[in-house]
Design a protein around this ligand. Structure first.
Ligand code: ADP
Ligand code: ZN
Length: 511
């Protein structure tokens, strides 16, 4: 057998292993069961591709998406690995089966639903198996952000081949999810290998939305190089792309509503370009190998911290400075709380935990990187020096009193008006709506003035984020489950205000 170093250099053309790659490869070659948690870009594929070449037999790779499999297939074939995919989209299936039976395949990619079937199990008995690689292994856990029931069916297959090593791989697993993956896939606790998650060259920044298009256009204008802008909806990508075209940068769109030829062309243009902006839904990015992405912007709240880390991890894979900027709105949290109410009760707790982790990340006055890394089980220093909060420390204030006034006003106006009207009542504006409803006669009319008025909008955001307020189907604000405790003064509401200089700039922009 060639040494791992020799294969690394000759086949892959890399001078050395990176990070934990060597440790993972060693375990696999020693036939030990392993879960490798490595951030995007850390080089997971090599951890099974190299053993696939070193060990006798075929490495079976379970992967959740056909598009991802085809990207992997292209990359593997390009370095001379004998690989094939076995999916409904392939018309060369008979040929692939024959190659497998002849022992002519190093890698065979399959989807979990096929891998767990009886006929696939029979197929695997016809030729030696080197290794089971389970990619995106967080899909096996209900705790993960992407649960796929088919992954649960893999266990009997794995257990049918007890001597074949198994390697589970994921970029996105918090501690809970990791423990669950180990149990679900029958991997011992000491089989867990976690790579350093820090991406020190990425500068994290998070701000409330105030005219997203303008905010992101400013980011694009002040950042050189190619970048990705994530929007939550297809129509959002179209709108943002139109705005960003005004910056003079080339812009492309990517979402599931475009035909596959257009998607492929736009993706190809982006990968080849040095200054293009790709405005996309999260359908874009998996399996894309572009090391020089200089910024990733989120126009709305991502699904989870894991998803955020994976999406921002597409920036700066070449190690050069890159920026990740998230723009969030209270509506994002309101909508997410509402969605959680609609999922099956068994999953609500997990979803709430995930959402409140996001809330803590966007609202913190402390180092963003520290919150992210602690989420992945690391214990980083107090300050990283390369996130918005470290670079321009914001001020934190206690806004409990303003929050209580806001909630009282929502209550006294009948829980059916939006932020604008509540603000008008609290600051004592006698506009038509206020007068017609008789809200100028309420005890809460005009109880906020001076500097405190500037806190009203941030307070409304904080209340929506905490589920103390919800948006009704008619668009009015109503009490959520957390409202009472705040109103009674049992719970404080701390607010983070942007640094003074930033505040002045925003003020100047807004006027
Ligand atoms: P992941 O799946 O973890 O996101 P990939 O397997 O796609 O990462 O690898 C990311 C990039 O790093 C690829 O371009 C790959 O060729 C490169 N790479 C992997 N291992 C090494 C290494 N040891 N040295 C240099 N480059 C590497
Ligand atoms: Zn920091």
């Amino acid at each position: 057998m060639q040494s791992p170093e020799a294969i690394l250099q000759h086949t892959f053309g890399f001078p050395a292993f990176r990070g934990v790659q060597r440790a993972v490869v060693d375990r696999v070659l020693a036939r030990e069961r392993t879960l490798a948690v490595m951030p995007t870009g850390a080089g997971k594929s090599l951890c099974y591709q190299l053993p696939a070449l070193a060990l006798e037999g075929t490495c079976v790779v379970v992967s959740p998406l056909i598009a991802l499999m085809h990207d992997q297939l292209r990359a593997a074939t390009a370095v001379g690995i004998r690989a094939a995919t076995l999916t409904s989209a392939d018309d060369n299936r008979a040929e692939t089966l024959a190659r497998f039976r002849n022992g002519d395949l190093d890698l065979l990619y399959v989807a979990p639903e096929r891998a767990s079937g009886e006929s696939f199990r029979n197929l695997l008995r016809q030729s030696p198996i080197a290794l089971f690689a389970i990619d995106e292994a967080h899909c096996v856990s209900e705790w993960g952000h992407d649960f796929r029931p088919d992954y649960r069916m893999l266990r009997p297959l794995l257990d049918d081949f007890p001597d074949v090593p198994r390697l589970a791989l994921t970029a996105t697993a918090d501690e809970h999810t990791r423990a669950d993956i180990l149990v679900q896939l029958g991997i011992p606790e000491d089989g867990l290998i976690v790579a350093g998650f820090d991406r020190p060259n990425i500068r994290y920044a998070i701000s409330p939305r105030q005219g997203t298009g303008q905010q992101i256009a400013a980011l694009v204008s002040e950042t050189r190089g190619a970048g990705i802008v994530y929007s939550q909806t297809r129509s959002g990508t179209e709108r943002l792309a139109a705005t960003l075209a005004g910056t003079g940068r080339p812009v492309r769109i990517y979402h599931a509503g475009l035909d596959s030829a257009t998607r492929a062309r736009n993706q190809h243009d982006f990968v080849a370009s040095e200054d293009m902006v790709m405005v996309a839904t999260i359908a874009f990015g998996m399996g894309i190998d572009k090391p020089d992405v200089r910024f990733v912007a989120h126009a709305g709240l991502p699904k989870s911290i894991e998803a955020y880390y994976q999406e921002t991890g597409r920036a700066g894979r070449d190690g050069e400075p890159a920026v990740a900027h998230l723009y969030w709105g209270a509506e994002d949290f309101a909508r997410a709380h509402q969605r959680i109410g609609e999922v099956e009760p068994a999953r609500q707790t997990g979803e709430r935990v995930r959402l409140s982790a996001l809330g803590a990340l966007v609202e913190t006055a402390t180092c963003r990187r520290r919150i992210l890394l602690r989420h992945f089980g690391e214990n980083p220093p107090e300050a990283c020096g390369n996130c918005d909060n470290c670079l321009q420390p914001p001020s934190a204030i206690d806004a409990t009193e303003t929050a209580r006034k806001f909630l009282s006003a929502v209550y006294r106006t009948g829980q059916s008006f939006g932020v604008g009207h509540i603000e008008a009542v609290l600051t004592g504006q006698t506009n038509d709506k206020v007068r017609q409803r008789g809200h100028d006669a309420l005890s809460v009319f005009g109880i906020v003035d001076g500097d405190e008025a500037a806190l009203i909008k941030p307070v409304s955001r904080a209340l929506l984020l905490r589920d103390a307020l919800r948006t009704s189907e008619h668009g009015g604000l109503e009490f959520g489950p957390e409202a009472r405790a705040i109103l009674k003064g049992e719970r404080a509401v701390k607010l983070v205000l942007p640094p003074k200089r930033e505040r002045r700039r925003r003020y100047a922009e807004a006027n």
